[in-house]
Write a protein that binds this ligand. Structure first.
Ligand code: SAM
Ligand code: SF4
Length: 328
């Protein structure tokens, strides 16, 4: 029998963000410091067998319906298709968020293993700027990766673009045109205070409203249904050329309908991207905990989940880990 994983506010949790590594082949300016990060030793990462055990518990006991693999960069973890095949057997909606750089090599294997959908991060369509943001001259690889994902039959292929003022906000309309031409949905993400350098300022955020306004001026838009518990606002081109999404985490937080839980690559359970508390499932697993003991930790964490992150309020304090360590 499935027990709904409810928090103290009655929110049911059905979506797991699962980080498989804190390593990355990029060092994006809004995510990692210039000098790179100190990565965790392999022994601290959950093995694929440990991940399988925890995800099976979450799916069978609590009815988790979707798992999104993330990182760091998930495709740098060795033999990722082996994990994808294990998770696909759980019968959940299975997706991957990636920087796309190695998809030309692995998209086919991931699709064959049972991956269904994919989100590819891309913040500039200009080679020089792309290299400045990611600190790697890899735009051509990512564009080839997008093609490889489409060719492998992954669907939908979505492009995630973090918009930051004075960095790439002059490309919003170019991205909209790119999505329309390629038949992929572009989702614009507001820049969040999770950069490793701690340089985020409210003025760096380009709001969802501003993004919609800029696109609408060139390609007229209309709303495409409600948000539900999904973070993205959906907009439709009036000429039928597809959709665009906006993820307004900062200006229109979706905390009141949040259905997410998170597991970091080193086995820490979190109930929010911005949470300060972590619950050590790896330690419990390796200490011999049975399923009921693991479930007790999970339920305790979810029961204690806060109402929301409070960005923009005086109470907001950045979490100690940055995005690449939590798993965006
Ligand atoms: N490496 C993969 C990638 O880049 O897609 C997965 C991990 S990455 C941390 C997940 C997402 O978080 C990416 O779409 C990335 O652009 C986004 N991200 C990273 N730092 C961010 C920040 N400070 N604000 C908003 N989004 C951020
Ligand atoms: Fe790596 Fe993704 Fe962070 Fe960029 S956003 S540094 S690709 S983890």
């Amino acid at each position: 029998m499935v027990t709904p994983l409810l928090d103290g506010f009655g929110r049911r949790h059905t979506d797991l963000r699962l980080s498989v590594t804190d390593r990355c082949n990029f060092r994006c300016t809004y995510c990692m410091p210039a000098e790179g990060m100190q990565f965790r030793p392999r022994s601290e990462l959950l093995t694929y067998e440990e991940i399988e055990r925890l995800t099976r518990l979450l799916v069978e006991r609590y009815g988790i319906t979707s798992i999104r693999l993330t990182g760091g960069e998930p495709t740098v973890r060795a033999h990722l298709p082996v994990l994808v095949a294990k998770l696909a057997r759980l019968g959940v909606d299975l997706a991957l968020t990636t920087n796309g750089a190695t998809l030309g090599l692995v998209a086919g294997d991931l699709a064959d293993a049972g991956l269904q959908r994919i989100n590819i991060s891309l913040d500039s369509l200009r080679r020089d700027r792309f290299a400045e943001i990611t600190r790697r001259d890899g735009l051509a690889d990512v564009l080839a990766g997008i093609d490889a994902a489409v060719a492998a039959g992954l669907s939908p292929v979505k492009i995630n673009c973090v918009v930051a003022a004075g960095v790439n906000d002059d490309e919003v309309v170019d991205f909209a045109a790119f999505g329309r031409e390629r038949g992929v949905t572009v989702r614009f993400i507001e820049f969040m205070p999770l950069d490793a350098d701690g340089g985020w300022r409210p003025a760096d955020v380009v709001s969802a409203e501003q993004i919609v306004e800029r696109i609408d001026a060139v390609f007229p838009l209309e709303e495409a249904g409600g948000r539900g518990s999904a973070p993205a606002e959906r907009w439709r081109y009036r000429d039928g050329a597809g959709e665009v999404g906006i993820i307004p985490t900062v200006t229109k937080a979706f905390c009141s309908t949040c259905d997410r839980i998170r597991l970091t690559a080193d086995g820490q359970f979190r109930t929010c991207l911005f949470a300060h508390d972590e619950y050590d499932l790896r330690g419990a697993l390796r200490g011999g905990a049975d399923d009921d003991a693991l479930a007790q930790i999970i339920e305790g964490a979810v029961t204690a989940k806060w109402a929301g992150h409070g960005i923009g309020t005086e109470q907001f304090i950045r979490p100690p880990r940055s995005m690449s360590q939590i798993g965006g």
